[in-house]
Each structure stands twice: as structure tokens, then as C-alpha cells.
Ligand binder design. Structure first.
Ligand code: UDP
Ligand code: MG
Length: 317
């Protein structure tokens, strides 16, 4: 089977870079078609994320010029993750594989060949991984790498140095559609879906034109989203802290009684200290227990699928 590919490209105020990179994407798509790796009716799907500049006009123009270009537009700016999701959900019934990639030319489009090859070898998800961060500033590199380590320590399974450049088969997307959560951190959610996956390594370049649409504020918000939408570990930390302080306050209680019995304290000091230590410890432990239940409720309301079947020995109709 020759798969039909949809390249999903989120765009937000990208009028400067789109005229440059759209041609690059089309050349890549045509070369993949010519090499017989993907079907001739493959498409490049732009998702305009509520841009305020001429991005949508450019997308409309492109779709008139070449039938391989198509576009959808979000009613307002919802952010990169939602734009990618919109594109993936739009594409899932139209194609066999999708590749999501930023529109600014930073991610090496030549890695697409290897991604499609990996799909032909049986992988359903292929993660594009940056082999180095030479073009990033020292600050961005340090914060990004620290973030991946933090996620791991919180029990979130992400692919190190992978952003949102990835190939996903429509089969995985159909299962992914059952992940109903609204707080999106796609790179941490796809590993939850499972299926055979692999990585393809590439060098990340500088942005070809325009400015980053991901200022520090948005990056921090994404990092926070990643932890709080995939992990209830922070609540567990409160629980641990509660137990620790309860244990310490127990020692504090014994210590204050001993000091009082030895007559080294003013009247009332021991009882006050005991009460403060005791109440503090009990309160934090109780908050921890509440946190544990809130964590459970949080995971429940996501309504994630409880199982996903990847193979059967018989045909499912
Ligand atoms: N983007 C988007 N909506 C937003 C912000 C960004 O669709 O609210 C798109 C943007 O057009 C680009 C991709 O997300 O295609 C990544 O953004 P950018 O290159 O600015 O981020 P950086 O590479 O600097 O982290
Ligand atoms: Mg970029």
C-alpha cells in the first residue's frame, strides 16, 4: 500500500515565512510522491491559528495555485497545541499518515523521507528528535533540557529533545481521538497511546524569517501544562511533605515535653508548642490525602480510554 500523507502545519502570524517555506514543503511532498513513497493525492494542510496578518490570504492563494495545498482556519488564536490537534483531527479520516511540523523551516524537512521509511518498516509513530541544540541560545538549551529531566522525574513519559515534529499514522490518530482532555501537551500524550514507535534524528536550524511566536511566557505555560496535565506527582509531593512534617512534629512534641519536664520553659510553652506541631502535621497530611483524591478525580474526568488494542488474530469489521 502506498500511504496518503497529510503534512500538518500550524501557522500563527507567519506572513513573512510562509511564502518561503510553502515552496520547500511542496518540493518535498512532490519528491516523496515521485519516489513512490507516498500517494499522489497527498496534501499539505495549513492550520491558520487565528492569525491577525495576511497568513490566511496567503494560504487561500496557495490552495488556488496548487491542489496539494489545502487550509483550515481556527475561529481565533488557540495556541500551537490546539492548532496541531485541529489539523490532525481534520486529517485523520482523509489519509494514512500525518506529519506535523512548524511552518518556520527550523525543523529539517529532509527528515521526512526517513520518517516515511520508518512507517514503511512498521512504525506507527515516528518522533523527530533534535540531535543537537547548536542554534539555540544557552538559556533556551539549559531550560529545555532541565524541563525534560523534570518531566521524567514527575513520571511523564516524553521523548527527550522531541518537540512536535512527528509522523503519526491515522490508526494511532483514531485511538488518540479518544483522549478527550482539553489541556493539551501532545508530545507527552502520544507515548500514552502506545503502538510501535521510533525516533529519527535531525539538526534544527534557525528560523528562516519572522519572529518566534513562543516567547518565554508561552514556553513556561507549556511547561506547566506538561506537568499538570500529565502528572499528579506534585500532589503526591504535598502528601510526602505532610508525612515528613507530621513525623518531625512528633519529635517536636516529645522534645517540648522533655524540656517542660526538666523545668526549662515558661508555663504554657510546652502545650502551645505541642498543639502547633500536632495541628501543622495533621493538617498537611490531610491536605495530602485530599490531594490524592483530587488527583484521582482529575485523571477520571479526562475520560481517557482504558485500553487500546493494537492487533487481533481475526478481522474486526
Ligand atoms: N504557532 C501557532 N499558534 C500560536 C503560536 C505558534 O500555531 O499561538 C505556530 C507557529 O506559527 C509555528 C509553530 O507554532 O509554526 C511554532 O512556533 P515558533 O516557531 O514561533 O516557536 P519556536 O520554534 O520559537 O519555539
Ligand atoms: Mg520555530
Amino acid at each position: 500500500m502506498i500511504p496518503r500523507l497529510y503534512i500538518i502545519i500550524p501557522c500563527y502570524n507567519e506572513e513573512q515565512v510562509l511564502p518561503i517555506t510553502s515552496g520547500m514543503f511542496l518540493t518535498k511532498l512532490c519528491s516523496l510522491i515521485d519516489n513512490g513513497k507516498i500517494a499522489p493525492d497527498s496534501r499539505i494542510l495549513f492550520v491558520d491559528d487565528g492569525s491577525r496578518d495576511a497568513t490566511w490570504q496567503i494560504i487561500q492563494e496557495l490552495s488556488k495555485q496548487d491542489c496539494h495545498f489545502i487550509g483550515i482556519r481556527q475561529s481565533r488564536n488557540r495556541g500551537h497545541q490546539n492548532a496541531v490537534l485541529a489539523g490532525l483531527m481534520e486529517a485523520k479520516d482523509q489519509c494514512d499518515i500525518t506529519i506535523s511540523i512548524d511552518c518556520d523551516g527550523q525543523d529539517d524537512i529532509d527528515a521526512m523521507d526517513r520518517m516515511v521509511d520508518e512507517f514503511h518498516s512498521g512504525s506507527e509513530i515516528v518522533y523527530g528528535v533534535r540531535s543537537s541544540r547548536k542554534t539555540d541560545t544557552v538559556f533556551k538549551r539549559a531550560t529545555a533540557q532541565g524541563f525534560y529531566k523534570l518531566l521524567k522525574s514527575m513520571g511523564v513519559d516524553t521523548v527527550y529533545n522531541h518537540a512536535d515534529y512527528r509522523l503519526v499514522s491515522s490508526r494511532v490518530l483514531h485511538e488518540f481521538a479518544d483522549f478527550k482532555e482539553v489541556n493539551l501537551f501532545l508530545r507527552g500524550m502520544f507515548p500514552l497511546v502506545g503502538f510501535k514507535s521510533t525516533c529519527v534524528y535531525y539538526e534544527r536550524h534557525e528560523r528562516l524569517a519572522g519572529e518566534s511566536k513562543y516567547p518565554l511566557r508561552k514556553m513556561l505555560a507549556l511547561a506547566f501544562e506538561g506537568i499538570t496535565s500529565l502528572s499528579i506527582q506534585p500532589l503526591r509531593i504535598i502528601m510526602g511533605l505532610g508525612c515528613l512534617i507530621a513525623a518531625l512534629s512528633f519529635i517536636g512534641v516529645i522534645w517540648s515535653i522533655v524540656v517542660a519536664l526538666m523545668g526549662d520553659s515558661v508555663p504554657g510553652w510546652a502545650s502551645m508548642t505541642c498543639i502547633i506541631c500536632f495541628i501543622g502535621g495533621v493538617q498537611l497530611t490531610c491536605i495530602g490525602v485530599l490531594g490524592e483524591y483530587i488527583g484521582k478525580i482529575y485523571m477520571e474526568v479526562k475520560h481517557r480510554p482504558r485500553y487500546i488494542i493494537s492487533e487481533r488474530t481475526f478481522d474486526d469489521q
